[in-house]
Design a protein around this ligand. Structure first.
Ligand SMILES: [Zn+2]
Ligand SMILES: [Zn+2]
Length: 588
C-alpha cells in the first residue's frame, strides 16, 4: 500500500561503539559478526566478487546468533559450524588471537572516510552507495545532502524522487544526532572510565557527574569530576589511549574518545568536591529550583551531598531524580517515592519466541526466565498481519497454546501466560475475531505499520484500540526509535486519560532504543492511577536483560513496584487478569 512501510521488529542487540579497542573490550561474537558484516558491505561497494561478499555476510549472520562465545569454542569446532567456511574460520582465529582483521583493514584503508559515514544512512545499501560514489563522484555526507537538494539522485538508475527524499530526510536526522548515544551504548564505557581514572589518579577523588549520573536516556557527553587542577588532569589523561584534547578553560577540559564520544572533565579544589558534584549533577531546572527553595547557602564546602540536603531540610534526592520536576517539594515533605529496582521485577511481560520473529524456542525462553528467578513469562508473539515477522495465524495460535499447556505442567509453579502482540490495524481494530482474542490471558496491542500518520489519525486509531475490551496493555506507545526515528504524533495526555478510563496498562518498553512511553509522562500516568508495565520485548533469552534500562527510565519517572504490572507475583498477575476479564465480560 502506498505511503506505508513496515518496521522490522527490534531483534538487534546494541553495538559496542568502539570496535577494535581491546583496551576497553575483548573480541566477542558481536564484534566479530560486525567485522564480517562491514567487510561484506565494503566488498559490495567496491564491486568485488559478490560470492565472496555473500559468504562474509552469511558468516556475520550465523555468528551473531551463536549461543556460545567463539573465544570459548574449541578451535576445531569453529570450522564445523554451519555457515562458516575455511577462510571465514581462519579470519575468526586471526581476530581472536590478534584482535585484528587485516582484510577488513585493507578495505577500510581504500574507502574514503565520507563513504564509510554514508554507510550509516538508512535506505542506502552497498549497491546504491557504489552508484552514488562512482557516478556522481560523491565522497562525503555534505556532498550527498547537496546532491539530494539539487535533485541529482532521482536521475540515477534504481533511485527515484521518493528514495531521494527519504535519503535526504535520513541524512538530516543523522546529522542532528551523530554525536549522541543511547545510555545503554555508553553505560559500560562511562563506568569503566570512572574506575580507570580513579585508579590512575588515586587518591584524588573522581566521580561521574552530569547527565550520565542522572541516567539520562540519551547521552551527548560523559562528564567526570576530578578534584585536581586542570594542568594535572590534562597531563595524566593525555597518556590514555584514544583520548584527544579538544578544548580547555580554567575548570574544564573537553576530550574526544576514539573521535566519537565527547568526554568533559571538570576540575575543582578537593574541599569543593561534593559541592561541585552537586552543582554539576542536577539539571539546570533542578539547580534553579534548589536555589529558589533557599538551598544555595548549603552547597559550598559541603562534606557530602547528603549534608547539603539535610542542611536544606530535605530528604536526599538521588541523582536520577534531579531533573526539576516535583522532586524538591516531595523531598521537603519526606514523600519521595521508594522507586522500583530491577529485583522488583517478578516476571517477563512481552516476549517473542521462534514461533514468530524471536530467536529462542518457547521452552528455552521459559526455562531461562525460570532459571533467572522470574515467576512467569508472558509470551506475546506477533499477530497475523505482521507477516514480515512470521505473525501467527489462528491454527498456529491454537498449536502454540497446546505447547504452553504442556510446558506449564512441566515447569510448574513457573507459568507461561498466553498472550499476543496484536497489531493495531489501520482502523484501530485488533488482528483477530473476538472468540480468538478471548483465548489469551492478556493482549498487548501495538502499532507496527503505517507509522506516518497525522496526529488525528494516530489518535483515532490508538483510542479505538484502547477502548477494545480485549486490550490489556498498550505496547510501545509512540513507536519511536531513539536517535533513529521519531514516534508517530500522539497526544500523550489523551492517551493516558483513555487508558485510565478503560483500565488499560501502559507499557514502558525496556528496549534501550525505545524506552517508550517516555519517562517524563510517567508522573501524569501515576496521577491518573494508570498501571505501567516494564517490559523487555525480548526476542531472545538475552533480551531479558534490557529490563535494567526500563527500570532506570521508570526510576526517573518515580515508578514504585506497586505501580508496575511486571512486579506482580504470578498469583497477583493471575488474579488481576481474571478480575479484569470479569469486569469486561470476557469469558475466562
Ligand atoms: Zn512491537
Ligand atoms: Zn514485541
Amino acid at each position: 500500500m502506498p505511503g506505508s512501510f513496515f518496521v522490522p521488529p527490534l531483534t538487534h542487540h546494541l553495538r559496542i561503539i568502539f570496535p577494535l579497542t581491546p583496551y576497553f573490550y575483548g573480541m566477542d561474537n558481536y564484534a566479530i559478526s560486525d567485522n564480517f558484516s562491514l567487510l561484506s558491505k565494503l566488498m559490495d561497494i567496491h564491486g568485488e566478487n559478490s560470492f565472496k561478499a555473500k559468504s562474509f555476510a552469511s558468516a556475520a549472520f550465523t555468528i551473531e546468533k551463536l549461543p556460545t562465545p567463539l573465544k570459548d569454542t574449541p578451535r576445531e569446532e569453529i570450522f564445523r559450524i554451519k555457515g562458516i567456511g575455511e577462510s571465514t574460520g581462519k579470519s575468526i582465529l586471526e581476530m581472536l588471537d590478534t584482535q585484528q582483521f587485516p582484510l577488513l583493514n585493507h578495505y577500510l584503508e581504500i574507502t574514503p572516510a565520507g563513504i564509510l559515514e554514508i554507510m550509516k544512512i538508512k535506505g542506502l545499501g552497498p549497491k546504491k552507495i557504489a552508484t552514488i560514489w562512482k557516478e556522481l563522484e560523491i565522497e562525503s555526507m555534505g556532498e550527498l545532502l547537496y546532491a539530494c537538494n539539487e535533485n541529482r539522485l532521482m536521475l540515477l538508475k534504481g533511485f527515484g524522487a521518493k528514495t531521494q527524499e527519504s535519503v535526504r530526510q535520513n541524512i538530516e536526522f543523522y546529522l542532528s544526532n551523530r554525536h549522541r548515544f543511547l545510555f545503554a551504548e555508553v553505560a559500560a564505557t562511562g563506568q569503566q572510565l570512572e574506575k580507570q581514572l580513579q585508579q590512575l589518579l588515586a587518591p584524588i577523588p573522581v566521580s561521574l557527574t552530569g547527565a550520565f549520573r542522572r541516567h539520562s536516556i540519551i547521552i551527548d557527553e560523559i562528564e567526570l569530576l576530578i578534584a585536581a587542577p586542570v594542568a594535572i588532569v590534562q597531563q595524566q589523561l593525555a597518556t590514555l589511549p584514544g583520548f584527544s584534547l579538544t578544548t580547555t578553560n580554567d575548570t574544564n577540559l573537553v576530550w574526544q574518545l576514539e573521535e566519537k564520544l565527547k568526554i568533559i572533565t571538570h576540575s575543582c579544589e578537593p574541599a569543593q568536591f561534593h559541592a561541585t558534584l552537586f552543582n554539576t549533577t542536577g539539571s539546570t531546572a533542578f539547580i534553579d529550583q534548589f536555589h529558589a527553595a533557599g538551598g544555595a547557602a548549603f552547597i559550598s564546602g559541603a562534606t557530602s551531598e547528603e549534608a547539603i540536603f539535610t542542611a536544606a531540610g530535605m530528604d536526599f534526592i538521588p541523582p536520577f531524580l534531579r531533573e526539576g520536576a516535583n522532586e524538591i517539594s516531595l523531598a521537603r515533605q519526606h514523600q519521595l517515592p521508594e522507586v522500583i529496582v530491577s529485583s522488583d521485577i517478578k516476571g517477563i511481560i512481552h516476549s517473542h519466541s521462534n514461533w514468530s520473529d524471536g530467536e529462542s524456542s518457547l521452552e528455552e525462553m521459559a526455562t531461562a526466565a525460570k532459571a533467572q528467578g522470574f515467576e512467569y513469562l508472558v509470551i506475546s508473539d506477533h499477530s497475523r498481519s505482521a507477516f514480515y515477522a512470521n505473525g501467527l495465524h489462528i491454527e498456529r495460535i491454537l498449536a502454540q497454546h497446546a505447547e504452553i499447556d504442556a510446558l506449564n505442567i512441566k515447569l510448574a509453579p513457573f507459568r507461561i501466560f498466553k498472550s499476543i502482540e496484536s497489531d493495531i490495524l489501520n482502523d484501530g481494530a485488533l488482528d483477530y475475531p473476538d472468540e480468538i482474542l478471548a483465548k489469551f490471558d492478556l493482549v498487548i496491542a501495538s502499532v507496527h505499520s503505517n507509522l506516518k500518520m497525522t496526529e488525528e489519525k494516530a489518535m483515532a486509531r490508538l483510542i479505538k484500540a484502547i477502548e477494545n475490551p480485549y486490550t490489556t496493555i498498550l505496547g510501545h506507545m509512540t513507536g519511536r526509535l531513539l536517535l533513529s526515528r521519531n514516534g508517530y504524533p500522539v497526544d500523550h495526555k489523551a492517551i493516558i486519560d483513555a487508558c485510565a478510563a478503560n483500565n488499560v496498562v501502559i507499557e514502558l518498553n525496556a528496549h534501550p532504543r525505545r524506552l517508550d512511553i517516555d519517562w517524563t509522562w510517567l508522573h501524569y500516568a501515576l496521577e491518573k492511577n494508570v498501571l505501567i508495565s516494564i517490559d523487555p520485548d525480548a526476542h531472545s533469552i538475552h533480551g531479558f536483560q534490557d529490563i535494567q534500562y526500563g527500570t532506570l527510565a521508570a526510576q526517573k519517572g518515580g515508578i514504585t513496584k506497586a505501580n508496575n504490572l511486571s512486579s506482580y507475583t504470578v498469583d497477583m498477575l493471575n488474579n488481576y487478569l481474571l478480575q479484569r476479564k470479569q469486569q469486561k465480560n470476557i469469558p475466562s
